[in-house]
Design a protein around this ligand. Structure first.
Ligand code: PRP
Length: 205
């Protein structure tokens, strides 16, 4: 079975959860991005690519709900996981706080351009959304954005950069994602893995 996990802050939780669920993967070493045991092949990918890999053939992955919604990948989501809890929020400089409805004509910097465009379209507010690949909190201070939409966990990054959380677009957590074809062709393996993970979570992961 092929499994893809995201590099970065979710990785340790993903690895621990899968090992506890009896998945005998080992972490790749020395900058390798893959490792193999008798039953599993593990791939380590950029977080935003995990749903893409699972849609296109990797059997199982762990992603953030935010990333899946942004990528719009066609995968199954059998389980929400008990980590990666945070929120996607609109934030602005503390000296110019406005409600989302008042942002007509404003520039918004974000990694989540699809989610943000949809959000403002549905509200009927015309904004200019442009993509940044990280450290999004810089943009208002530099003067290239009036507001940002980004992940907030503790709120420390916003505060440290003079920004205020104005509106929460959605709550986020890590999720298990499954390839649609694998769900059918590897039905038993996939289902037993989902059952085992569910049990680990229930027993107080
Ligand atoms: C994420 C996010 C925020 C920060 C929020 O960035 O983009 O910048 O964490 O966390 P906080 O509310 O606890 O301060 P990450 O560290 O993943 O790096 P990035 O800026 O490259 O996205």
């Amino acid at each position: 079975m092929k499994i893809v996990l995201p590099k970065g802050r979710l990785y340790d939780d993903c690895y621990r959860l899968l090992r506890k669920a009896g998945v005998n993967i080992t972490s790749p070493e020395n900058r390798k991005l893959t490792s193999r045991t008798d039953d599993y092949e593990l791939f380590i990918a950029k977080a935003f690519d995990v749903p893409v890999y699972v849609e296109h053939g990797v059997d199982i992955g762990i992603s953030g709900m935010d990333v899946l919604l942004e990528q719009g990948s066609d995968v199954l989501v059998p389980l929400e996981l008990p980590f990666g809890k945070c929120r996607l929020s609109l934030a602005m400089p503390e000296w110019n706080v406005k409600e989302p409805e008042e942002l007509e004509g404003y520039g918004i910097g974000t990694t989540y351009i699809n989610i943000v465009r949809k959000y403002f379209n549905e509200m009927g507010v015309d904004v200019e959304v442009f993509k940044l690949n990280g450290a999004v909190e810089l943009a208002p201070g530099i003067g290239i954005a009036d507001a940002i939409v980004d992940i907030v966990e503790s709120g420390n990054t916003l505060k440290a950069n003079g920004l205020v959380e104005v509106h929460k677009l959605m709550d986020i957590s890590a999720i298990l994602i499954v390839n649609r074809v694998s769900q059918k062709t590897k039905y038993e393996k996939v289902n037993s893995l989902v059952r085992n993970i569910r049990k680990v979570i229930k027993d107080g992961y």
